[in-house]
Design a binder for this molecule. Structure first.
Ligand code: ZN
Length: 208
């Protein structure tokens, strides 16, 4: 092989490598529909933060790329009522106003952990992310999606229930009470310290 031929072979190889590098840097086809968002830095937490929640927890929550859990509600219309006063202290959750029967969607890839009905939250869902680091609580549902059961794995954005006024919600103000917690340690897993999700939605469920 001549020096000139060797040189052109090396040149051909490096231009192929460059091309494949270019292809590799483009976002590939998404396998789960949730990988296309370019995330900025972790947002600051709004309101008081329990000392059991670390900066590392907030980074991890941001990386989950949460979706607004009510279909048709844009992020810009959310109100931060995390610190609103309630009978038991601060609210510690977001109330998301929406018409009755609006679809409530999985804010993350979920493992359904507890389905419960009581006088305060009404018809509720407790669920975890797949690594069981966070807990998501959905309350005042009109009803569950048909067939929803404890142990189900639900993909982010899938319908899990419908907005209503069960429990102590005012009958004329249908809304989703949505709470994010770090998983409880040394107590019930669904009773951990609350994190304000207001700034932590990376995605929206805007399909009508
Ligand atoms: Zn609430």
């Amino acid at each position: 092989m001549t020096v000139a031929a060797l040189f052109s072979l090396v040149a051909a190889c490096s231009s192929r490598a460059l091309r494949s590098g270019e292809h590799g840097s483009r976002p590939g086809p998404s396998t789960d529909g949730n990988a296309a968002v370019a995330l900025g830095p972790t947002p600051a937490h709004a309101g008081p933060l329990d000392d059991r929640v670390s900066a590392d927890d907030l980074d991890a929550l941001w990386q989950r790329q949460l979706i607004v859990p009510v279909e048709g509600v844009p992020r810009g219309s959310l109100r931060d009522n995390f610190t609103a006063k309630r009978a038991v202290g601060i609210h510690g959750a977001l109330d998301i106003l929406a018409p009755r029967y609006s679809a409530v969607v999985a804010s993350d890839n979920l493992v359904i952990g507890r389905l419960f009905s009581g006088p305060v939250g009404g018809i509720v869902i407790y669920a975890s992310d797949p690594e069981r680091r966070f807990v998501y609580y959905y309350a005042h549902l009109e009803r569950y999606r048909k067939g929803l059961a404890v142990g189900d794995r639900v993909a982010k954005g899938s319908v899990i229930g419908y907005v209503g006024t069960t429990g102590n919600a005012p009958p004329d103000t249908p809304h989703l009470h949505f709470q994010v917690m770090k998983r409880g340690v040394g107590r019930a897993w669904w009773d951990g310290p609350a994190i304000n999700p207001f700034s932590f939605f990376a995605l929206e469920a805007l399909r009508p």
